[in-house]
Design a protein around this ligand. Structure first.
Ligand code: FMN
Length: 348
């Protein structure tokens, strides 16, 4: 695997007080192609920047003289109580930043009392990722993220493995009929580093490295997906798992999700990495939550940069959960779960 000059980031490190600090410190440790893979969005990055800027339009309206000595940040997600309304969204190829990759994320989620979604492009097997979390907290829940795949037998195998490992839900990423146009990946000829495979896809490092990320995605992914075909198929293959659709940005699609009886939606623009020019996730959360009213649940999701972003989100969307993906991916370039813990503590 690619050598990274990793030095230790300690939770007590005064340089790292907020997520931008963490992004800076993590970025300094990564080679250009990895850094840009993690940090960049698609084409002109309009949506990527909107995601962060949009939060600045919102202000909190605080109420005063309320007793706050005994408040609780806990809520529920996948039928378990989580410590605070944040979970980790699926992010691929985490072992570029640290060899422990998704194992460390899973351990950190367990220690902090939240749930985690595992990317199809995880660099560790879903069984090991789940075991790493369960060892620290048997109550942790995992979702398996997936795409609609051309090879349905392989897609079925991934689901069966996730189910066998004890994952609770499938997140079907619906915003990626094709891979977003990411200039950085073209310019850098981004390849997964030597030694890292995609074990959940049964793909070795040697095989992955024969293709660009985009070619690999196009070979694997079936753009001919539909609500009708995917939801029914997933229900049949994974009768015991919750089915969530990730990448919804409109009230119309939330209504479709309700109509097809999915268990949840992840309101998301994929961190600005897919179709550029779509709205910031926070700006559509209210319309999506309104469309979900009366149904079983919605899941607001965005990259957080400040502690009050979470409050804004909850008030816009009435959302029971959201994610802290931005913090997880950058902290990984520190020292595995120590850094993940460090930021989650400060964003809490
Ligand atoms: C480096 C990186 C890798 C990602 N990999 C995946 C992935 O494999 N599957 C997926 O559904 N989303 C992936 N995402 C998107 C995140 O799950 C999440 O949607 C995004 O970071 C937050 O933006 P949102 O608020 O629009 O959801 C990735 C994001 C980043 C930054």
């Amino acid at each position: 695997m690619a050598e990274q000059n990793l030095t230790t980031l300690q939770p007590s490190d005064a340089r790292i007080l907020c997520i931008p600090d963490l992004e800076k410190a993590g970025s300094e440790k990564l080679e250009r192609s990895a850094r840009e893979f993690y940090n960049s969005g698609s084409t002109d990055q309009v949506t990527l920047h909107s995601n962060n800027l949009a939060f600045q339009k919102y202000r909190l309206r605080p109420r005063v003289l309320r007793p706050v000595s005994a408040v609780s940040t806990s809520t529920s997600c996948f039928g378990r109580e989580i410590a605070f309304p944040l979970c980790i969204s699926p992010a691929g190829i985490q072992a570029i930043a640290h060899p422990d990759g998704e194992l460390a994320t899973s351990r950190a989620c367990a220690v902090k009392g939240v749930n985690m979604a595992v990317s199809t492009f995880a660099t560790h097997p879903v069984e090991d990722i789940r075991a790493a979390g369960v060892e620290r907290d048997p109550g942790i829940k995992h979702a398996m993220q997936m795409y609609t795949m051309r090879d349905r037998a392989l897609q079925r195998r991934i689901i069966e493995r996730a189910q066998g490992a004890g994952c609770t839900a499938i997140f079907l990423t619906a915003d990626s009929p094709v891979l977003g146009v990411r200039y950085n990946e073209w310019r850098n000829d981004f390849r997964t580093p030597i030694g890292l495979g995609f074990p959940n896809l049964d793909m070795s490092s040697e095989y992955i490295r024969t293709k660009s990320h985009e070619d690999g995605f196009t070979t694997m992914n079936d753009p001919d997906h539909s609500w009708e075909r995917e939801v029914a198929w997933l229900r049949e293959v994974a009768p015991k798992m919750e089915i969530w659709v990730k990448g919804v940005l409109t009230a119309e699609d939330v209504k479709e999700a309700v109509r097809w009886g999915v268990d949840g939606v992840v309101v998301s623009n994929h961190g600005g990495r897919q179709l550029d020019g779509v709205p910031a996730t926070i700006d559509v959360l209210a319309e999506c939550a309104e469309a979900a009213k009366g149904s079983r649940g919605s899941f607001g999701q965005m990259g957080h940069w400040r502690d009050f972003d979470g409050f804004i989100e909850m008030s816009c969307g009435d959302a029971p959960e959201d994610d802290m993906n931005a913090s997880s991916r950058m902290s990984m370039a520190g020292e595995d779960e120590v850094s993940v813990n460090c930021v989650s503590k400060r964003t809490k």
